[in-house]
Write a protein that binds this ligand. Structure first.
Ligand SMILES: [Zn+2]
Length: 155
């Protein structure tokens, strides 16, 4: 079966590695600019003020397209997670690492990387549990990109 071009993703030059995962778009450019300033931004509907995921372009409450960017608190809880033990390439040395969904204080859910509480033993992710309080940090991860990640406790 042949996949369409869009489904393959665009290659991204990141250090020595090429990944097909990261596709900045006009709708998320401001989000990534916020990351460079260590600001975690989400969208707010200009009509009804409902808060949204950075990629949303239409309000799910009122259907209006106008969105403003607002700075989120950077605090939330672990909504779901998975500990990755087997992977390939540049991610292998990081295993076991944890990815999942953070429920922000503002009610928005976002896929992210979770880090254990400060001072945890190397590779000990046991402090990451459903409902754990987390706060945002900005780190350069394996891809060579500055990314928002969420650490248990913090701030
Ligand atoms: Zn709205």
């Amino acid at each position: 079966m042949e996949m369409s071009d869009w489904a393959k993703g665009l290659p991204l030059r990141a250090g020595e590695n090429f990944l097909g995962l990261y596709q900045p778009s006009p709708e998320t450019a401001e989000y990534w600019e916020g990351v460079t300033r260590h600001e975690f931004l989400i969208k707010r509907c200009r009509s009804c003020a409902k808060l949204h995921h950075p990629r949303r372009i239409l309000c799910s409450a009122c259907g209006e397209p106008g969105m403003d960017w607002v700075r989120a608190s950077g605090r939330g809880t672990v909504y779901s997670f998975s500990e990755i033990h087997r992977t390939t390439g540049i991610f292998s040395p990081a295993t076991p690492y944890v990815v999942g969904i953070v429920a922000l204080e503002e009610g928005v859910h976002i896929f992210t990387r979770f880090l254990p509480e400060e001072g945890a033993a190397d590779k000990d992710n046991s402090s990451i549990r459903i409902g754990s309080a987390v706060s945002v940090e900005f780190q350069v991860l394996e891809q060579g990109m500055l990314l928002p990640v969420f650490r248990v406790g913090g701030e």
